[in-house]
Write a protein that binds this ligand. Structure first.
Ligand code: DGY
Length: 445
């Protein structure tokens, strides 16, 4: 492996300029109590986006970062789920599809005061909360106490309503994974009928704001809509969905972030003078179950498992590297993961690749401009960097942080980037790209 300095390492003056621009992006995308990922493509509050956004916002104002997350927790359901989208009532229903009138959350017992979607997203929130609490002075414990209770309910929901045999979390919609159109879902999704006549009734809004060649296909979108309508029509019932869903996957990134969030909750518990032992044992249990059920010796990577067929999906995606954030991984697994990250599939730290590509560079399905089928994203690059740091690979982690800054310097606050040319794709002024730039620069000062 050739580890070179990022060719586009930014100077101090350039970093200051980028910081100012990043702050402007977050201020423009703030709508009074939360931040939209993008004013055009995603005009509401998204769950895991808000966790990344709060990590950046805390360096502008810890109080604002706390508000961001408390707003999201205000949309938590009585069963503990933190929904993927909290809809802004001031935004017209048809600004985003599927909007509130399609999800119909208000028909559910125990629905929150505002309309939401009915699915979940990766639980990074405890990590963000723990980081903000560290930034705050003593009064921050009021925020910590409130947030801790919401996070306990979120974790109980995942554990009690969303695990399958073996004790790992199962996801019922590709949007729940955060890596919506990842090639790892191609096979499980093939079982879901793609009824394009749905678009006689519904209109995709996303392709009005980003190139169709950079977004999921109509076939995939028709499947997404079918899955959400079926879950909705069964009252978002998790007993039904775990028994009958046409799509059920156990994802390494989601489960890794779940275990990581238990470690963050343990830290918060200690700060709040509570017992941390249950969180620590949950983190250890999930880590062990992941190694047992999702680790592939042959692919040298964590893989997703299709819970319907029981089969591991062979695709090498960035989700399989994210478990690096867990300190409890066996050293041999860590060594293999680092070899995979720097090898032909991802080529991180090499002169010709920026950040961490979302999908195997050697696979014929790799599409460097299409959403989660190849481009580099800054959030997953940041997560892999943190994982490398956890296991003492400081130089490689630093290289990814430099890449993150370099991509923004070259192409702006884009949603995702061509892994080889660094050109920007997807929407512009994207909040988590701005937030993570701020966070990385703040942490390196
Ligand atoms: C979208 O609308 O594409 C979002 O990613 C769903 O979360």
């Amino acid at each position: 492996m050739v580890l070179t300095a990022a060719p586009e390492t930014a100077t101090r003056g350039e970093k200051d300029r980028l910081l100012q621009e990043a702050v402007r992006v977050l201020l423009r995308n703030w709508h009074g109590y939360a931040t939209v990922p993008s004013r055009s493509l995603y005009p509401h509050q998204w769950s895991w986006d808000s966790a990344f956004i709060a990590l950046g916002l805390q360096h502008i104002s810890a109080a604002r970062a706390a508000t961001e997350l408390l707003s999201l927790f205000g949309a938590q359901w009585a069963d503990g789920r933190i929904p993927q989208i909290a809809f802004n009532p001031a935004v017209p229903d048809d600004a985003y599809f599927p909007g509130p009138s399609v999800w119909r959350s208000s028909a559910i017992d125990g629905h929150p005061p505002i309309a939401t979607s009915g699915i979940i997203q990766p639980p990074l929130h405890a990590v963000a909360v723990a980081s903000i609490v560290q930034q705050m002075d003593d009064p921050g414990l009021g925020f910590a106490e409130r947030a801790y209770r919401c996070l306990i309910d979120q974790n109980a929901y995942i554990r009690d309503r969303r695990t399958v045999a073996g004790g790992l979390a199962v996801l019922v919609h590709p949007w729940e994974t955060g890596l919506d159109n990842s090639p790892a879902w191609d096979h499980p999704l093939a079982a879901v009928p793609a009824d394009l006549s749905l678009f006689d009734t519904y209109t995709r809004r996303d392709v009005a704001h980003a190139g169709a060649g950079e977004r999921p296909t109509d076939q995939d979108y028709a499947r997404y809509i079918r899955l959400m309508l079926r879950y909705r029509d069964h009252g978002y019932d998790d007993d039904w969905v775990r028994a009958k869903a046409e799509f059920l996957v156990v994802d390494p990134a989601f489960n890794a972030l779940w275990a990581w969030s238990q470690l963050a909750l343990a830290e918060m518990a200690r700060r709040l003078g509570r017992d941390d032992s249950e969180h620590l044992s949950e983190a250890a249990r999930v880590t062990e179950a992941m190694v047992d059920q999702l680790w592939s010796e042959e692919r040298a990577l964590f893989l997703a498992r299709d819970a319907r067929s029981g089969r591991l999906q062979p695709e090498r995606t960035v989700a399989g590297l994210i478990p690096l954030v867990l300190p409890g991984l066996p050293p041999a697994v860590v060594d293999s993961l680092v070899a995979t990250a720097t090898g032909e599939a991802f080529r991180i730290g090499t002169p010709d690749v920026h950040g961490v590509p979302s999908f195997d560079l050697t696979d014929v399905r790799h599409e460097p401009r299409r959403y989660w089928r190849g481009p580099t994203w800054l959030n997953t690059t940041w997560l892999v960097a943190r994982g490398l740091q956890v296991h003492g690979h400081q130089q490689l982690a630093q290289r990814l942080d430099d890449d993150l800054v370099g991509l923004v310097a070259k192409s702006g606050f884009r949603e995702y980037f061509h892994p080889r040319t660094g050109r920007g794709h997807g929407t512009r002024s994207f909040s988590w790209s701005a937030a993570l730039l701020i966070h990385v620069l703040a942490e390196s000062d």
